[in-house]
Every structure is written in structure tokens, then in C-alpha cells.
Design a protein around this ligand. Structure first.
Ligand code: HEM
Length: 400
């Protein structure tokens, strides 16, 4: 017999529960769930067992918890499960790796599932997990993390293609972005995707190949972290894409912020060539977002309305990395004026970064106009008019 368990928070409008899984409809995880995932009791039982067995972070029942979250949507998760997760305290790990890494991952991940109605942008996308990955160094460099995020996105989109052929445009765009990212990580151009054929089965096959190649190029620790950080608030298929796209942009913002900080240091020390390399890499990262925007433009308006209704207070206007880029760029220019590095040595690369950053902001504004028009943002700004003005602000106004 089942006991009715209460949702943690009243969800917004239900996402088209009768439609086929795919764009504009429910996610596969919520439309065809494992019946045991609809009920939180499996996760509650596994959590109780985990506590009784010594709270070893490496054995945390992620699968059972995420199974329920993804089947019902984070905003409809049972309050009892939320309470149990808020009480989770992993045992103090042995000082050696990998026990420490497992405990760190669990601590980084928990804010994403216990935030409930108090959630913000960071808990929406799992910022602490990605910040730890960035600190992990070369094995989780930005291109690697982006490849893992795209691989997951392509796998999700391809899985719904048979039932929802309308998803082809998005799947193709995501596949193109994945192939480019895998090429960067594995040092080659990557296998050319078979995109000419309009047959969905061909597309699914090309996706499977690309996902396999990408996953082989990414360390399992990164794949695992990426796998855990998908907790949509709704049952909407499109929210999964939205979260992956946001996570990719955040990885780029964080990389650009790090490059600007390191370039400022290099300039202060008179190492102009090093600063030039760092800024050129930042420009490459920002310019690379154009392929990801193509994925985002496949967002149906109605689906985004459901996502918006469920993510109030979780706006990217809160993004610390984005803000850091905008706030620290002027300091780079001021440092350049006082340093032995000639301004002319860096002015063109700085201008290129500024142009790429400005183009990214203008594209974002254009997509916002198409998807929500002139309504207010979830971060409380006027929305599109705020973004149009913000897109005009330059990183290095003196070079414009
Ligand atoms: C359909 C997609 C999207 C729409 C309709 C949209 C809409 C908006 C709106 C209305 C704002 C103004 C702030 C607010 O009140 O919330 C905003 C800000 C922002 N959005 Fe988006 N957004 C979308 C996708 C994205 C994605 C994928 C990212 C990637 C992280 C992103 C990053 C940002 C950033 C960084 C800001 C702050 C801009 C600033 O303060 O200059 N947005 N967005």
C-alpha cells in the first residue's frame, strides 16, 4: 500500500504530461520512469541503510535519490526525502584519496538537492561541484568539462528522437558542438558527424558514436560529476537542455575570469607573451559559445514558460563568474598602463576578447527577445531592455 507523501514545494504549471517525451513535452525520465522512482521510499530506505553502514561518501545512494528527483521534478520531491537529505552528514574520510574526493563531491553536490524553495542560481546548476572540478587541474580543464556536458546532452536528446522527430534540429546542433569539443580534447578534429541524412535512425547512430568518442576522452571523475548535476525543477524535457547549456556557459565564464586574473598577473610581471596567450584562449572559449547558442535557440516558448514559473529567483544575473569577468577586466587594462608591457602588444587580443564577449551578450539578448519578449526576468530586472543596455558595456572601453 502506498502512503501519499507531500511535495516539498508547490510546483508551477504541469509540463504537458500527455505529450510524447522530447522538445515541448516531458523528459524521458519522467514520462517513462522506473515505477519505484515515483515513490521516494526507495531513496529513503537506501539513505537509511547508508547511514547505518557508516556514511561512506563513496557509497552514497545517488542513483536512488536522483531517480526520484528526475521522475517527479525537483520542485515536486517529497518533503520527507528533502528532510532526510538535509540531515546527511558524510563520515570524516580517511586522509587519502579517493576517499577525500568522494566526501568532497558529496558535500559539493548536496546543496543542489536540498535547496528546495530557497534555491538560487548556484544550487540550480551545481556551482560547488564545478568549482571543485576546476581546482582539480588539467584532468578537468574547461574543454574536458564542456565535452562531458555536451555528451550528456546529446545522449539525452538522441534517446527521445525516435518518439519525437521534432527534436532533430536540436540534436544536430548539439552533435555539432560535441564533435568540435571532442576534437579539442582529444587533439584531433574529431569524427565528422553524419548529418546529411535526414533519417532519425542515422542521426541516433551518429550521436551514439560521438557520445562514445567523447566519453573515452573524458576522465571518469568528470563524467561522474556531470552525471550527478542534472536536477531539473520540472518534468520538462527542455529543462535538461537548459541546465546543460547554463553549465557550459558557466564553465566558460569561470575560465575567462581565471584567464583575466592570470593575464593581469602576467602583465604586472612584464610577461606580455603569456598574457597574450591567456587572452587568446579566453577569446576562443567565448567565441565557441556560438554553437551552444544554436542549441539554446531550439527552446520552445511554452516549455520555457513552464521552466520560468518553476525557477523564480534562480537567474543567471546572480552568476559570480560572469560578474567577475566584467569587474576585473578594467583592472587588467589599468595594470597594462603601469607595466613594462607595451599596450600595442596586447591591444588587438584584448579588443578581440571584448568583441567576442559583446557578441555573446547581444546573442543572449536576441534569444531573450524571441523566447520571453519584454517581460521581467526571473532575477527581478526589467528583462530584455536591461540586457540590451548591459550588452553595450565594454570590457576595455578605452580600446573600443
Ligand atoms: C531562453 C533562454 C534565456 C532567457 C529567456 C534569458 C533571459 C534573461 C533575462 C530576462 C535576464 C535579465 C536578468 C533577470 O532579471 O533575470 C538574463 C540575464 C542573464 N542571463 Fe539569461 N536567459 C536565457 C538563457 C541564458 C543562458 C543559457 C545563460 C548562460 C549562463 C544566461 C546567462 C545570463 C547572464 C550571465 C545574465 C546576466 C546578464 C547581466 O547582468 O549583464 N542566460 N537572462
Amino acid at each position: 500500500m502506498t502512503t501519499a507523501l507531500s511535495p516539498a514545494r508547490t510546483a508551477g504549471p504541469a509540463p504537458m504530461p500527455t505529450a510524447a517525451p522530447g522538445p515541448g513535452g516531458p523528459s524521458l525520465a519522467s514520462a517513462r520512469p522506473d515505477p519505484a522512482d515515483l515513490d521516494p521510499r526507495r531513496a529513503l530506505r537506501e539513505l537509511a541503510r547508508w547511514r547505518a553502514d557508516g556514511r561512506d561518501a563513496a557509497r552514497f545512494p545517488y542513483r536512488a535519490v536522483l531517480g526520484h528527483y528526475r521522475a517527479v521534478g525537483k520542485n515536486a520531491v517529497a518533503a520527507e526525502l528533502l528532510t532526510a537529505l538535509r540531515a546527511v552528514e558524510p563520515a570524516v574520510p580517511a586522509p587519502a584519496e579517493p576517499a577525500r574526493a568522494a566526501a568532497r563531491l558529496l558535500r559539493d553536490w548536496l546543496p543542489q538537492v536540498v535547496d528546495g524553495a530557497r534555491g538560487d542560481y548556484d544550487s540550480y546548476l551545481g556551482t560547488p561541484v564545478y568549482a571543485s572540478l576546476a581546482r582539480a587541474g588539467a584532468e578537468a580543464r574547461t574543454d574536458v568539462v564542456i565535452t562531458a556536458l555536451l555528451a550528456d546532452l546529446v545522449a539525452i536528446e538522441a534517446a527521445t528522437l525516435a518518439a519525437a522527430p521534432a527534436g532533430r534540429a536540436r540534436t544536430r546542433a548539439a552533435l555539432r558542438a560535441l564533435t568540435a569539443a571532442t576534437g579539442l580534447v582529444s587533439g584531433g578534429p574529431g569524427p565528422a558527424p553524419q548529418l546529411a541524412d535526414d533519417d532519425p535512425a542515422e542521426l541516433v547512430r551518429a550521436c551514439a558514436e560521438a557520445v562514445t568518442a567523447a566519453r573515452q576522452a573524458v576522465p571518469s571523475s568528470v563524467l561522474h560529476a556531470v552525471e550527478l548535476t542534472l536536477t531539473p525543477t520540472t518534468r520538462c524535457h527542455d529543462e535538461q537542455m537548459f541546465i546543460r547549456v547554463i553549465q557550459i556557459f558557466e564553465a566558460v565564464f569561470a575560465a575567462v575570469a581565471r584567464s583575466i586574473a592570470a593575464a593581469t598577473e602576467a602583465v604586472a610581471e612584464g610577461r606580455g607573451e603569456r598574457a597574450r596567450e591567456l587572452l587568446a584562449d579566453a577569446t576562443r572559449q567565448v567565441a565557441g559559445t556560438s554553437g551552444v547558442f544554436r542549441v539554446l535557440t531550439t527552446m520552445p516558448k511554452d516549455a520555457f514558460a513552464v521552466i520560468r514559473a518553476n525557477t523564480d529567483g534562480r537567474s543567471a544575473v546572480q552568476s559570480t563568474s560572469y560578474r567577475t569577468v566584467e569587474q576585473t577586466a578594467p583592472e587588467l587594462y589599468r595594470t597594462l598602463l603601469r607595466s613594462p608591457v607595451e599596450e600595442g602588444e596586447l591591444s588587438s587580443v584584448m579588443r578581440e576578447l571584448d568583441e567576442a564577449w559583446g557578441a555573446m551578450k547581444r546573442t543572449h539578448w536576441g534569444i531573450t527577445m524571441k523566447v520571453i519578449g519584454q517581460v521581467r526576468g526571473t532575477g527581478g530586472t526589467a528583462g530584455a531592455s536591461y540586457l540590451r543596455e548591459a550588452a553595450e558595456a565594454r570590457l576595455f572601453p578605452a580600446l573600443a
